[in-house]
Every structure is written in C-alpha cells, then in structure tokens.
Design a protein around this ligand. Structure first.
Ligand code: GRF
Length: 204
C-alpha cells in the first residue's frame, strides 16, 4: 500500500531562502513523499511570497500586525486545513504561535532555528553565539511546542566559528547548513520511521 503524499504548509515572514531550499529539494527528488500545498505569510511583501508565485504555488497572506494572536492564528489554521496540510513548516516565520495553533497540529509543526539549541534561543541567535564566544555554532530543526525554540530536536548541524567571523559571515555559514538540514529533517518526519521518546527523536 502506498502512503499518501504529505502536504506541507510553509509559513514565512521574509526572504524565504529555507522555503526555496525545500522546494528545490522536492523538485530535484532529494525530498520525496511530500509536496508544498500552500505558502502563507503574515507579511504582505515577504520575498518568499514572490518565489512561491513564480513556482506556481498557492499563496495566502494574513497580516498579523496589530491583530489579536488567537484570531490571526485561527485564520491561518483554517487556511492550512482548507489546503489539506498535514505538516506545517515554519521557515523564518517571525511570529509566536498561539497555544491553540500548536494544539491543532500536535507534533506536526517544524521550525528551523540558527543555533544549536538549547543555546541561544530567540532573536539574532548567530550574533548571540558570536558575542558569547562559542567556538561552534549551527542550526536546529525541531518540533514546535508551546515554548519558544523548545520542542523535540529532530536534527542539528554544526559549523565552526572562525576568529575572523562577524555576525554576517557566521550567519551565512549557518544558512548553508540550514538549507540542507530542513529538507533532511522533513524527509525523516515524512518517512514516519521515528519515535519520540521523552525529548529524544530516534529512528524506529
Ligand atoms: C533563518 O536563519 C532561520 O533559521 C530563522 O529565520 C531565518 C529565515 O531565513 N528562523 P529565510 O527567510 O529562510 O531566508
């Protein structure tokens, strides 16, 4: 029996390079078993939306500025449902999710964060790592729970921090790994060949 294709819902607020990397991985056959059902942004002029339109993907905008979080999230959730989304991928989505949103997709929301969590959650993780004097940095793909940058870790990738780095060069090095990591992590989740044991994501 063949497994149904997993429908991804991408949420983004900015340039969308992680979304682009996911779309590329699907197009090139490196990420199988899934398709992008819709790209949603809370920012009307997010660069990632242009790319989605170029790729002929359905898009939707729900401007979040000044709106009540629960109401905004109810709109986004309804849109995801309308597009038959079964796995939500936050790709530079600069908005905290309401508990209702998280509960609507239990263990079905992924996020990518540019640090080796639990180090440096929150904004400017790359700058935080540099300032702190960390010798390695990286990225984390994790399930989203009700706490910021906190859910079960699916996959991490490590890069060195060089003496010559500034926040920009470090962010670029991490971003190159992010583009590999996100597609890889989605592939693992889509395969269904895993178990979550406590906080540990392990092969089933
Ligand atoms: C990435 O660094 C990601 O880790 C963070 O936001 C940034 C989004 O970049 N959550 P992009 O829009 O995917 O290029």
């Amino acid at each position: 029996m063949s497994r149904r294709t997993t429908r991804l819902g991408i949420l983004l607020s900015g340039r969308g390079s992680n979304f682009a990397a996911i779309a590329r991985a699907i197009a090139e056959g490196r990420l199988t078993g899934c398709e992008i059902a819709v790209v949603i942004s809370n920012v009307a002029d997010a660069g990632g939306l242009d790319l989605a339109r170029q790729l002929g993907l359905p898009t939707a905008v729900f401007v979040s500025k000044g709106r009540n979080r629960a109401e905004h999230d109810a709109d986004v959730t309804a849109c995801l449902r309308a597009h038959g989304v079964d796995l939500v991928c936050l790709a530079g989505y600069m908005r905290l999710l309401s508990p209702e949103f998280v509960a609507a997709f239990p263990e079905r929301i992924l996020n990518i964060h540019p640090s080796l969590l639990p180090a440096f959650p929150g904004l400017d993780a790359q700058g935080q790592a540099l300032e702190y004097g960390a010798k390695v940095a990286g990225c984390t793909v994790h399930f989203v729970d009700e706490h910021l940058d906190h859910g079960v870790i699916i996959l991490q990738k490590v890069v060195p921090v060089l003496d010559s780095d500034n926040a920009h060069t470090l962010a670029e090095r991490i971003l190159a790994e992010e583009h590999q990591a996100y597609a890889e992590a989605i592939g693992r989740v889509v395969s269904g060949r895993y178990r979550v044991v406590g906080r540990r994501f392990v092969a089933a």
